[in-house]
Design a protein around this ligand. Structure first.
Ligand code: HEM
Length: 176
């Protein structure tokens, strides 16, 4: 049984970097990304349901999902870029650059969707359907790379402050 609730993770095994754009150390970018991830992931199912059922509700739903995805995605990108440029260590990871490029590509696709759908929400076949398909693919890529930053490199993670943790203490806790 462990005697304390302190995390038994050695500092040098788990180097983490707290976010600079955070509320009480909780990074704002991951809080906001749930909106573009959800809205842009539901775009393809909404398009498919419209083409399958012919019910205009789904075309209108896809339009608003696309608008919400673009708006919240732009906000997320601003917050993410702030962390990227304010954390020098983050910029040394290739994944931050690939996540950034993929994020810009995703937002370009979302902007294209708004442009395609604005004149007629029901004009889904074929270009808007192609757009929502690539958008879903890019959401997966961007989300995966973002997860690599957080869970792989500890970017935006707080809790392992230098001096509070040590390899010996962690090993002892693990042994107990
Ligand atoms: C385009 C500019 C972007 C930059 C520079 C950027 C940067 C970052 C950074 C530095 C992190 C690590 C956590 C933090 O410090 O906040 C992160 C995590 C993440 N990003 Fe981005 N990001 C961008 C856009 C996006 C977009 C548009 C999405 C989704 C639609 C997204 C999804 C994620 C996800 C899912 C994570 C992991 C969050 C978690 O672990 O809970 N990012 N991003």
């Amino acid at each position: 049984m462990r005697k304390t609730l302190e995390q038994p993770v050695a500092e040098e095994r788990s180097p983490t970097v707290p976010s600079r754009v955070a509320f009480r150390q909780h990074p704002l970018h991951p809080i906001i990304v749930v909106y573009p991830v959800t809205a842009l992931s539901l775009l393809l199912p909404a398009d498919a349901l419209f083409l399958w059922t012919g019910n205009g509700f789904w075309a209108t739903a896809a339009w608003w999902l696309n608008v919400l995805g673009l708006g919240s995605g732009l906000l997320a990108a601003v917050l993410g870029m702030a962390d990227m440029f304010l954390i020098p260590l983050a910029r040394r990871h290739v994944s931050v650059w690939s996540h950034f490029v993929a994020g810009v590509m995703l937002l370009a696709l979302a902007a294209m969707g708004v442009w395609l759908r604005a004149p007629d929400h029901a004009a889904v076949w074929p270009w808007a359907l192609l757009q929502s398909s690539f958008t879903l693919l890019m959401v997966l890529v961007v989300g995966w790379l973002g997860g690599t930053l957080t869970f792989g490199h500890g970017i935006g993670v707080y809790g392992h402050c230098p001096g509070e943790d040590s390899a010996d203490a962690a090993d002892e806790a693990l042994d107990e």
